[in-house]
Design a protein around this ligand. Structure first.
Ligand code: PA5
Length: 471
């Protein structure tokens, strides 16, 4: 049955035929990129075969699934809370999965309502007030902390690690170790060293899989399985999408077509902003995850042949229907610099009728016999149509249903599309020198050993810059 739950990519409203050649892509423009796109498919396949694109093979890693499920089974009933501590690619996948697949108010359901599964929280930002507030609501004795950091050194995660382990030790003595599970690089990581020394339970992330491509490793799988998400379905969905995206014909490969359309819209039609607008609260986490994936992978100063290119289009999160009352004004009448991607669900889990009785205010009669689903749908269709009428390029990804199986498809589609994006922009979609630069400066400012030279440079820079434009 689940094999029938698929996703469709409708890009009619991005095409010139629908919105004109000034803003839309012509079939000829797609035909022109077909030969190079076919080469990208081949080169990605070659890189994959050579073991350089490990994220593409994650859905086939049965050993990891078995290990994750064994661990979650052994932990069943032991904790009221699971707290993921991580940031960026070590947090956003978790948020995406939980927001998509768990009850919308999962953490405030009763134990019964959660079917005995623990509450799941993600601590990414290190805002001190948020941290303190969070510690007010969880008891360490009832909580399992999953520290996730690929590099094993990220300051946000490791500073929370130090605070929390001290707190656990103080409260629980030797038993504190039972409350910690770490997820980190399989080869080189400070957290891995600590883990081995202390004897914590741990999962590893394959060295060749970068943070933002790691949702289908234990990074995302463990907390998902802890809350009862069917991780096998999630991975099966990814496998399904892998099969769908094999063709080197742009018209038959949605990941390749998506990358080509975004790239052409940007470079030929000036659409340097990519709005991701799901009409589903449950998909809001996916749009946040997507924005990191697209921005961090493709926003690059240097091309693969070392030229300064400052590549990338800017992803923006938006939410239907909420942003119809906010951002939409800009999308409709502001600069012609955006492509909007809608993400919709054909069949929501619930159907909520609005009103059936006869004595409704005449002004509200039109709502009689309708459901919230009808209103949501009407608002989506109305917005899609209005944008198209204004020649605003937009496309729609439709999920038959939102399930672990379709979410797995979506993750894989977007990851692969981003890898193809790297090919089109001719940049390395798998490094993040800009993010690393921020990490290095933070280490230097905080006085980390090995970063003395950078600290000197920063001090010199700060002395030169007078704060004269400050009110
Ligand atoms: O995608 C990435 O590489 C980054 O967003 C990282 O996930 C983020 O910086 C956190 O890094 P780490 O997992 O090493 O703590």
């Amino acid at each position: 049955m689940k094999g029938k739950q698929t996703i469709q990519f409708d890009f009619n409203n991005i095409m010139a035929e629908r919105i004109g050649p000034e803003h839309g892509i012509t079939e000829q423009e797609l035909r022109d990129v077909q030969p190079i796109a076919a080469q990208y498919v081949k080169s990605l396949k070659d890189e994959r075969a050579a073991g350089r694109l490990q994220f593409l093979d994650l859905p086939y890693d049965e050993k990891t699934v078995t290990e994750v499920l064994k661990t979650t089974t052994s932990l069943k009933g032991k904790f009221k809370n699971v707290v993921v501590v991580g940031i960026g690619g070590s947090a956003l996948g978790n948020i995406a999965v939980h927001t998509a697949l768990n009850h919308p108010f999962y953490n405030i359901l009763s134990d019964e309502g959660r079917k005995g599964f623990p509450r799941v929280f993600v601590l990414d930002n290190i805002d001190p007030d948020k941290f303190a507030g969070f510690m007010d609501i969880v008891k360490p004795s009832e909580t399992l902390f999953n520290f996730i950091t690929k590099s094993g050194t990220t300051v946000e995660t490791m500073s929370q690690f130090l605070i929390i382990t001290k707190l656990l030790k103080d409260k629980l003595g030797k038993a504190y170790k039972e409350h910690i599970i770490t997820t980190t690089d399989s080869k080189k990581s400070t957290l891995l060293d600590i883990t081995k020394r202390e004897g914590f339970k741990f999962f590893t992330i394959p060295s060749g899989v970068g943070g933002r491509y790691s949702v289908l490793t234990p990074v995302g799988l463990f907390s998902a399985a802890m809350s009862g998400v069917d991780i096998t379905d999630l991975l099966d969905g990814a496998v399904f999408m892998d099969k769908v995206c094999q063709s080197d014909n742009i018209w038959e490969n949605p990941a390749l077509m998506g990358a080509a359309l975004y790239f052409l819209s940007h470079t030929k039609k000036g659409k340097n902003i990519l709005v991701m607008m799901p009409y589903s609260n449950a998909l809001s986490g996916v749009s946040e995850w997507f924005c990191q994936l697209w921005a961090e992978s493709l926003g690059k100063k240097l091309s693969l042949d070392n030229k300064i290119v400052h590549a990338g289009s800017t992803p923006v999160r938006s939410l239907g229907v909420v942003d119809q009352h906010s951002q939409l004004q800009l999308y409709m009448e502001g600069p012609y610099d955006k492509v909007i991607t809608f993400c919709v669900i054909k069949q929501f889990n619930e159907n909520i009728p609005i009103a059936t009785e006869n004595n409704i205010e005449p002004e509200l009669e039109y709502l009689k016999g309708q459901s919230l689903n009808d209103v949501m749908n009407a608002e989506f269709e109305g917005t899609q149509l209005a944008l198209t009428e204004q020649s605003r390029p937009n496309c729609t990804i439709t999920l038959d249903k939102l399930s672990a199986f379709t979410l797995g498809q979506l993750f894989y589609l977007f990851e692969l599309q981003t890898a193809y994006g790297g090919k089109f922009y001719n940049v390395n979609a798998f490094d993040q020198p800009g993010v690393e630069a921020g990490k290095i400066n933070t280490f230097a400012v905080l006085g980390r050993r090995g970063f003395e030279q950078r600290k000197k440079e920063i001090d010199a820079l700060c002395q030169r810059v007078q704060k004269k434009y400050c009110i």
